[in-house]
Every structure is written in C-alpha cells, then in structure tokens.
Design a protein around this ligand. Structure first.
Ligand code: GCB
Length: 889
C-alpha cells in the first residue's frame, strides 16, 4: 500500500476482503501442521526408579533441571581421565509438562524426538505411547488420545542405554552390539510437539517426512523428478482431495508443479494410508554439482481438500543430480568423473558427548570444507538431519550408514535372531526414509566390519543372510542409490582363515577398511591389496572406507620408521601419522578405479576403551583434535592435495626440540615449488610432489633455528614460519635405539629417536596398554644404572648405523641390556665394528651377569669421511643395542 492521501481511502470493500483473508489464513493456520519446540524445562533423573513416575504421582522436585540436547555420559579428550568422566549405563528419566493446544478439535498431537539413546519409552499422563529401539533415528508418537481436554499434560520419557551384552538387557537385540565408540545415553537431539490434521502427509512413516523426491533422469536439458507423497487419514470417513507439488528454486520461484487428485479410505479404527506419485519436469535445471556448485531447490507438497483448502504442507530439500559408480572409472556426478576423496566424522564432542548443536555441526562442516574434501562418511550411524542438510549445502557426497558393527548376531546368540535382524532393518528403513531427500547422500551402507568378531575367532553367525536381507531393503526403499558396506576382514584374512565368511559381492558397491602400516602389515601393501581385491571382484566398485593412524600432539619422532608403533597404546608420534597417511594417499591417488576414500577420522573421538598416544578414553586418529582446536600436521597434507585454496604449511611445527643437528625439513603445499630459508639464509627451492616438499639434510645451528617458507599459487603468495631448537652441539648424538619416539630424560637431556639405522628390528621396553583399556603397565627397570634413559628400547638383529658427524675424534658410548630372561651367557654374542674395524666383542648376559642389567662400552673412533659407521654383527643369536651416545672429544 502506498503512503499519502490514498492510504486513508482504502475502500470498505477492500477492508472486508482483507479481514476475510485474515480469517482464512487463521483457519488455514489451524488446519496445517504446527510445530513447537520441547527443548526447555525438562527435569532429569539418572538411574532406575521403582515407583511409578509415569503418571506424576512421584515427587520429582529434586530432579536436575536440564534442556535438550542432553546426555549423561562424558569421556575423552584429556591426558588423564577427565574430571567429569561419567560412563554410567542404564536408565535415565526425563519429564516435563506441556499444555494441550487450544481449539484442538479433531486434530492430532505428536511428540517427536530427533533421537533418544538407546531405547526410549514415552508416556503422556501415564499412558504409554510407545517404545523406540535405536539410538540414532528420529521417531514420533501420536499423543492425542492421552491428552487432557485442556491444561497441562505430563510427558515422561525413560531412556535406557544399558549394554547389549548384559543378560536380558533391553538393548540385547538393538544394533550396535559393539563398536569403537561409546553409546552415550540421553535425549541428545531436539524434541518437538507437532499438531496436524487427521488427514495429513504421513507422520507414521519410519519418522520420515512423508514426501520423497528423487531425480529420475537428466536428459536433453530437462530433469524428471519423481515425488512420492504418503498420506494418512485418521477421519472416520473416506476423503478425497489433491496433492499439489511445486519445485522452488533458490529464489523461491516455482520452476515446476503438479496437482494430482487422491482418494483415501476411512480411517475408522486405525489410520488409512494412500500414496500419490507425481512426475515433474524441470526445464533447464540448475544441477547440484557437489562442491563445485551445490545448487539446491526445494520441493513443497501441499495437501488440499476437495474445496482446495490446504490441510497440510511439507517442504524438503531437492538437489537435481545423477550419480553413478563404475568398477573401473569410479564415481560420476552428472556425467562427469569426480574422484572422491574425503574424511569420516563421528558426532561426539568433549564434554558434550552427542548433545551437540547446529553450530557444532556447522563448525565441523567448515573444517570439512577447509581441508578440501568432496566426500564425507558420516559414520557409524544416522547423524542429525542437520548434518546431512549441511552436507547438501556444502556439496559433499555422503556415505550414510546404520550401526551394524562387528557382529551379525546378538551377544546371547551364535546366529542372527529375528529380533536382531528386524531391528537392523528398522534402523535402515528409518535412515533411508528420514534422510532420503538429501541430494548429498550417494550410498546407503548396511554394515561395518560385521564379521570382525568372527575373524577374531569369537564365532558369530554367518553374516551373509542378514546382509542380503538388508541389501534387498535398500533396493526396495531406494532403487536409485546403491547399497554398500565397509568390510574389514572378508578378503584380507581369507588366506589365514579359510573358513571366514567373505562379505564381498553382496552389496552393489563396497568399502574396505584398511589399516596397513598401523594394525599390522606394511603400508606399501595397501595398493597391492586393492589391486588384488579388484582383480578378484572386477565387477564390484571398490572404495577405501577407512584408513588412518593415531597422532599425538606431544609425542615426536625424528624418524617415523625408526621403530614400531603401539597401535593400542603409546607412542603415537604425530610425524608417524603424517608419514603413514602420505604413503597411503600416494597409493590411493594412483588408483582411479577406487571410487572414493575416507581418512579415519577427521576428528579425534571418544572411546573409553582406549589409552593411546597422549590421551585417555580417546581414539587419536583424528586429523583434528577432539575439541576441534588443533589441526595436526596431516590435516595440511590433505589440504595441500585437495583444496584449491593456496596452501603452504611447514610440517613438524610441534616437534620443536631437536636432538640432532642434521634434519630433513618438510612442507605441505599446493604451490608447486616452495622456497625455504633458515635463520634468513636461503636453503633453496623444493619441488613438491603429491603436496609434499622436502629439504633433506639441513644442518641446524645450536639454539633457535627459524625456518621460513614461501610459495605462490594463482598469483597469491603464501608463507609459513616456525622455530626449532637444536639442543645439542655438532657431532653430539644420544640415540634411543629401536624406538621411534624421542624422550626427555629426568635430567633434562633430550634423547632422540632411532635414526640412521639399517636392518634389525626395533622393540620398546614399556608396552603399556597393548590390551585395550589397560592402564600403563608397570615399567620394568633396568638395573645397575643411574639413568633409565638409554634403556627404554632396543634394536636387535644384524644392523648398522651411519651417523653424519664432522670429521674428528669421538667417544662412542654403547648401552646394552639383555631383555630375554631365558637367554644365558653365550647365547647371544656379537661384534661391534666402528668405521669398518672390529671395536668390541659383546656378550651382554655374561658381562652384565644378569638379564635386565645395564652394560656400557666406550669405543674411541676417529671419523675422516663425514660419517660415523657402526655395525652390529651377530656371531651367536642376534646383535642388540639400546642406547648410542656419540660424544665429540
Ligand atoms: C575400524 C572401525 C572404526 C574404528 C577404527 C579404529 O575399522 O570401523 O570404528 O574406530 O577401526 O580406529 O580402530
């Protein structure tokens, strides 16, 4: 309406029309659905309650006041067990009141929970509305019949996250049975009250939105979009009307529409159901192109009665795209080959557990974009709808999955039970229906490492029948998306375990979880393993659903290959993680038939069974710490390879204390070449391959060394700088033989990790927590020495060291002890050669007189060729050494 004189002269007719419109709007408002948040004002009690709490006869005034999202378990992310650690499993009770909506008439009131872990029972005014089993999907119950005609109603929820292993546990048949993450208890996602009409878009459809849209084809400048609307009728009479569907572009303009009549039977007694399917043509569609251009439409479905009045309305995201996965050429989006590279994500946060907010998800999404991923595995269960929504918007291609993990049978049974299979099937249908409309989702995964327990010899059922059943569910629910699964053991272990059930060939496509170089094997087996599996199943598109390594911010190595890591323990040097991922990524990137790969994991995550790296109750395979604050070195390896953003990062920036004068410097960059200076002095330009730029053999000056790197991409200059402190002096070395972890001794002296060696095998003395959940074991001290520093590890076999030193005279002090109690004198004898000359004949057990007792030998050496050569040559048994000190004279 314009201002000025005319404003006052609105005709009575127009005024009448306005009032009439307002009344209609109000009436429509009453008919279409309304949603009210139920997140605030809950009272919570942790633990079982014997009295009847459901009907309000119990005084709950002492209960804790909480709001949703909420969960009661806390763990992980700290060096020692966190002060607010809470791992109680069992029942938690929630209650709050809510008023009966005014003028309810024949409308229905639904209580919706976006998730409740693991089992939820819901009562309104003492009436049990139902039970939901499964920690990750949303669900809703019709509360209408339980409501008071007016005033406040009491809503009570019992949530139970008891372990499924307990005999008779209510979760005994509810997946997952196991897994490398805690099942946090609580109402950890939002809850809401929804009012709908009796004739409505489906509310009882496995928690789904009731409308399901998919791109059938994109051809000749036109997209065909199929929309399925499921309808419900709770009225005592049959009904007719129409379904009006519109596709709206980003600006809200209608680009396609269809109106289809429907008829639905009387809902007397129970709800009647009907389906309406529509085909809409979108001319000249703006495609959802992944990270390149994640364009989104919306599909809006209205339910109209015969008179054209609106009864209900639901809106969902729509991305117009086609996807295809080929066994030889990998992933195709809209007819374009797109190699998928990305990360996995768990949904937990330190302190919050699963009770995270949209802002937390947005922070994760921003980090996913920053690293340059174009795909995300949302593991190992259904994430919040908000997470998939953000993936749509970010253009990520998503692997979505259900938590069928480690076992295909309940703990109480050797084989799959019907209750167990039915729960897996229910969780799969919930996932698919609830998240169907997200264009980002490419595959539905039905299982993860489902035969792991069997592979470990803890005989559980043959997984195939269940997997075949779930595969069929995927095809029935969504014929356009392939089913997948993540396999650990089916093929890798078959040589060793001929009886083990292989799960290859069941699903349309597959992922392999491969930890070569971490949980066994050598990292260079990865590529060969893939080639082997690809040759064996040539029709099956292969991805790497997991690969990874732990990375501790406070543990450092001077050579990631200097000794063994303790996968289920310590150490987990950050540089080892980088090295293993570099080697893995090179092999993956060289295999275009691998349709996708996901690093396990983008973030550290909690698991109270782990005591690894420098953290407690945490899996430290993240590229970013649990609190999302620190990006580990390896994060930038991927950023340099994946992100178009000019990236240059000097690696090992937390490895600041340097025991050795000659080091390799490394950067991760996408600038092609990088220039480096040390204390202002140019060290030259390195050419970067696979994002890795190296300057080998850089000599550090005693004290602080400032390294500055710079490069250019797309005309933009990027630079980075860091400071390392060389703590020794030229020619001085203190080497912990056989271990990859450097360590500062109690006297403040820094012992470096094993570098410069060839041959032999490293061992460390202290093997804490090799069994999961163990406390660090007691350290067995080596006797006869003031300092334990040189005796934390050893190298054994036939081996040598070549150590770069300035020419001159040195005293080489060698430290030994005999770690094998069973070896008597004479059972291990070897020679030490210095600069090629015999320098000592050693029988540790004889000379030290006992095992676990220190022995030192000093050897004078003169070096004239810039390197000190030490060789350890076995005579009887294998040679051994624990510590090597090179002391300039
Ligand atoms: C796996 C599992 C994953 C674990 C991971 C690990 O294979 O699928 O849930 O967290 O290994 O770190 O051991």
């Amino acid at each position: 309406m314009r201002s000025g004189n005319r404003a006052g002269s609105v005709s009575l007719l127009a005024m009448g029309a306005l009032l009439c419109w307002a009344a209609q709007a109000e009436a429509r408002e009453e008919m279409v659905r309304r949603t009210m948040a139920l997140d605030a004002d809950w009272a919570f009690h942790l633990g079982n309650i014997q009295e009847r709490v459901q009907d309000g006869s119990l005084d709950a005034s002492g209960w804790e006041k909480v709001s949703l999202p909420h969960n009661w378990n806390r763990m992980g992310g700290t060096a020692q067990r966190r002060e607010d650690y809470q791992n109680v499993k069992g029942q938690g009770w929630y209650r709050r009141s809510f008023p009966t909506p005014e003028k309810l008439g024949d409308r229905h009131v639904w209580i919706q929970f976006d998730a409740a872990s693991v089992i939820a029972d819901v009562w309104v005014n003492g009436v049990h509305l139902g039970r939901h089993a499964g920690a990750f999907a949303g669900f809703r119950f019709d509360a209408t019949k339980a409501l008071k005609p007016a005033g406040d109603n009491l809503l009570v929820v019992r949530v139970d996250n008891s372990s499924p292993r307990e005999k008779g546990s209510p979760t005994a048949d509810v997946i997952p049975m196991n897994g490398d993450w805690p099942m946090y208890g609580g109402l950890y996602r939002p809850a809401s009250l929804i009012v709908t009409g009796p004739l409505r878009i489906a509310m009882e459809d496995f928690g789904g939105p009731g409308i399901y849209a998919s791109t059938e084809t994109v051809e000749g400048g036109k997209a065909r979009v199929r929309v399925l609307a499921r309808l419900e009728n709770g009225l005592p009479g049959s009904a007719k009307g129409s379904v009006q569907t519109r596709i709206l572009d980003r600006e809200g303009r209608v680009v396609a529409g269809a109106t289809t009549p429907f008829g639905i039977a009387a809902g007397s007694g129970s709800t009647a159901r009907a389906e309406v399917e529509q085909q809409l043509a979108v001319a000249d569609p703006h495609l959802w192109e992944g990270v390149r251009d994640p364009y989104l439409y919306h599909v809006n479905v209205r339910l109209l009665d015969r008179a054209g009045r609106q009864l209900d309305e639901v809106e969902q995201p729509l991305g117009i795209r086609t996807m295809r996965i080929d066994p030889e050429t990998g992933f195709w989006l809209n007819g374009r080959q797109v190699p998928l590279h990305g990360v996995s994500r768990h949904q937990d946060r330190p302190g919050k557990g699963w009770a995270i907010t949209s802002a937390d998800i947005a922070e994760d999404t921003a980090i996913i974009r920053e690293i340059g991923a174009n795909t995300v595995r949302l593991a190992h269960y259904q994430h919040a709808d908000e997470a998939y929504r953000q993936m749509d918007q970010a253009g990520m291609v998503v692997w979505a999955e259900i938590p069928l993990v480690d076992r295909s049978a309940p703990w109480y049974s050797e084989t799959t039970t019907e209750a167990f299979a039915a729960n897996a099937e229910q969780q799969l249908r919930e996932l698919i229906r609830q998240e169907y409309n997200h264009p980002s989702i490419a595959v539905w995964s039905i299982a993860n490492e489902v035969n792991l327990e069997a592979a470990k010899g803890r005989g559980t059922s043959n997984a195939r029948p269940l997997l075949e059943r779930l595969q069929a569910v995927v095809h029935a629910e969504d014929p356009l998306r392939p089913a997948t699964l993540a396999d650990c053991c089916g093929t890798i272990a078959e040589e060793n375990r001929p009886g083990l059930d292989s799960v290859a060939g069941i699903t349309d496509v597959i992922g392999y979880n491969r930890y070569h170089g971490w949980y066994g094997n050598k990292v260079d087996f990865l590529g060969r393993d893939l080639d082997r599996v690809h040759a064996r199943f040539p029709r099956q598109p292969i991805s790497i659903s997991e690969y990874g390594a732990g990375g501790a911010l406070t543990q450092h190595t001077d050579d990631p290959q200097g000794g063994p890591i303790a996968a289920f323990g310590r150490p987990h040097p950050e540089e080892f993680q980088s090295w293993l991922l570099e080697e893995s990524w090179k092999q993956i990137a060289a295999r275009p038939y691998v349709w996708a790969s996901w690093v396990w994991n983008l973030f550290d995550f909690s698991n109270e069974l782990r005591l690894e790296g420098d953290l407690t109750d945490t899996n430290d395979k993240g590229l970013v710490t649990f609190d999302r604050k620190t990006r580990k070195d390896a994060f930038y390896l991927y950023k340099a390879n994946w992100s178009p953003e000019p990236t240059l990062y000097l690696a090992e920036r937390r490895h600041t204390a340097r025991p050795y004068p000659v080091v390799d410097v490394k950067a991760y960059a996408n600038t092609g070449t990088v220039s480096l200076t040390l204390n202002g002095r140019p060290l030259g330009e390195a050419r970067c391959e696979v994002g890795i730029c190296r300057w080998p053999g850089v000599t550090l000056a005693p004290g602080e060394n400032r390294l500055e790197a710079s490069g250019t991409r797309d005309g933009k200059r990027v630079s980075d700088a860091m400071v390392w402190t060389f703590e020794g002096k030229p020619g001085l070395y203190r080497i912990r033989a056989g271990t990859l972890e450097q360590q500062r001794a109690p006297d403040g002296v820094l012992w470096g990790s094993d570098v410069f060696s060839t041959g032999g095998q490293g061992h460390f003395r202290d093997r804490p927590s090799m069994a999961r959940g163990g406390e660090p074991g007691p350290v067995q001290p080596v006797l006869g020495t003031q300092s334990q520093a040189p005796y934390g590890s050893w190298r054994e076999g036939d081996f040598s060291y070549t150590i770069p030193v300035p020419n001159g005279r040195y005293k080489v002090r060698l430290h030994f002890f005999e770690p094998d109690d069973k070896l008597g004198a004479g059972a291990r004898q070897f020679e030490v050669l210095a600069e090629g000359r015999k320098a000592a004949l050693i029988d540790v057990r004889r000379e030290a007189k006992a095992s676990w007792t220190a022995l030192t030998r000093n050897i004078p050496v003169t070096v004239a060729d810039g390197k000190l050569d030490l060789a350890f040559k076995p005579i009887v048994g294998s040679a051994i050494v624990s510590g090597i000190e090179v002391l300039p004279e």
